[in-house]
Design a protein around this ligand. Structure first.
Ligand SMILES: Cc1cc2nc3c(=O)[nH]c(=O)nc-3n(C[C@H](O)[C@H](O)[C@H](O)COP(=O)(O)O)c2cc1C
Length: 393
């Protein structure tokens, strides 16, 4: 018997066992209405659960309406959002997958048009919740680019209120039925802004030294962990390095603290300190370009890591895990291309029963076809089939 691929070895984190190590990376879909999820989210997340992911991540969902990147972001700043989210968690659970939610706040990078509308600072500012004035806030009055508006620096009482908002959103995520929570501490958004010596020019206890710059992120994690059940895993996404002086050494030091505060997995991304999207930098990255950071954080901070970024092929993902460079792999854009990526990987890596995790409505027929031995490979695997090669029936 051949060994089970590492990609399909279950992983237990606290009280949750993932059926495999394939994770849908959190991705904004810009489909919410006044912060509420829509049928789009049900369809979008549902299909990755059906496709066999070990963990499906809901996009960055905001703890404060001011923190929305665009008017179409999802929200969790009030209880009204819970029923819509609970419908999604019930559906994903029914397909046999757990579901995570990423909590976020864009800080000075909030208030933009949609990517396909130019991702430009909005000229008028009706807020996402009910048309309120949409104020840009951040650690300091430092804009993210010459074209961006200057945020207002949060006062210390406002920082403390913000910490409370993260905890309250974590509690709502629990009540909505999510299994995993991720704190978004990357991509130039609010937590990352506090961590950055460039964006954070404060001279109080939230700025200056590395420990002071880490204080807000650590307090957020403490508050989230207080509101998030002990049996449920907590992830934290870092920008391991960035374009404004953020180093891997600083990130490793943060991860060591986060591990002590109850974070279970570090999701290892990079960048975001420029106004451009992290996947729209104009620079073509290579395969697995962020994997070295997942490897280093795993080794030096002694914490489980999730690798992400141009992980495209099943054998590539398998090698990352086998070489001990990460514990989980997150797939973003390639999942948009192929929502059945996990199923496809199971087939290509030779898993004994690749269709076992599919709902009967699909699995029954595909298994039957495989057993009948039609002789080909599924999907777009094979070339050269066409007129002349077809068998007459
Ligand atoms: C459309 C889109 C939306 C994204 N939204 C988020 C998000 O909400 N939170 C986040 O941390 N990263 C977000 N990302 C980044 C992805 O999670 C992922 O890290 C990145 O796309 C690199 O992985 P990939 O090469 O597999 O796509 C987004 C990426 C894309 C393409």
């Amino acid at each position: 018997m051949t060994e089970t691929p590492r990609l399909f070895t279950p992983m237990t984190i606290r009280g949750l066992t993932l059926r495999n190590r394939i994770v849908l990376s959190p991705m904004l879909t810009y489909a919410a209405e006044a912060g509420h999820v829509t049928d789009w989210h049900l369809m979008h997340l549902g299909k990755f659960a059906v496709g066999g992911c070990g963990l499906v991540f809901m996009e960055s969902t905001k703890v404060d309406p001011r923190g929305c990147t665009t008017p179409r972001d999802c929200g969790l700043w009030k209880d009204d959002f819970i029923p819509g989210l609970a419908r999604i968690t019930r559906f994903v659970h029914a397909q046999g997958a757990p579901i995570g939610l990423q909590l976020g706040h864009s800080g000075r990078k909030a208030r933009n048009s949609l990517p396909w509308e130019g991702r430009a600072p909005l000229a008028s500012h009706p807020g996402v919740d009910h048309g309120e004035e949409w104020e840009l806030v951040g650690p300091s009055a430092v804009a993210s680019s010459p074209a961006a508006a200057v945020p207002r620096a949060l006062t210390i009482p406002e920082i403390q209120d913000m910490v409370v908002a993260w905890g309250a959103a974590a509690d709502r995520a629990d009540r909505a039925g999510f299994d995993v929570l991720e704190v978004h501490g990357a991509h130039g958004y609010l937590l990352h802004q506090f961590l950055s010596a460039g964006a954070n020019q404060r001279t109080d206890r939230y700025g200056g030294s590395l420990e002071n710059r880490q204080r807000f992120a650590v307090e957020v994690v403490e508050e989230v962990r207080r509101h998030w059940p002990a049996e449920k895993p907590l992830f934290f996404r870092v920008s391991a390095i960035d374009e404004d002086g953020g180093t891997i050494e600083e990130t490793v030091s943060l991860c060591r603290v986060l591990r002590e505060k109850g974070v279970d997995v570090i999701d290892c991304s990079t960048g975001g300190m420029t106004p451009r999207s992290i996947v729209d930098s104009g620079k073509v990255h290579g395969y697995g370009y962020q994997v070295p950071h997942a490897e280093r954080i795993r080794a030096e901070a002694a914490i489980a890591t999730m690798a992400v970024g141009l992980i495209i092929h099943a054998d590539q993902a398998e090698a990352i895990l086998r070489q001990g460079r990460a514990d989980l792999v997150a797939i973003g854009r390639e999942m948009l291309h192929n929502p059945n990526w996990a199923l496809d990987a199971a087939d290509k890596l030779g898993l004994a029963a690749p269709y076992a995790t599919l709902p009967d409505a699909y699995g029954y027929w595909l298994e039957k076809r495989a057993k009948a031995g039609f002789g080909g490979r599924p999907s777009t695997w094979q070339s050269g089939i066409g007129p002349g090669t077809e068998e007459a029936r």
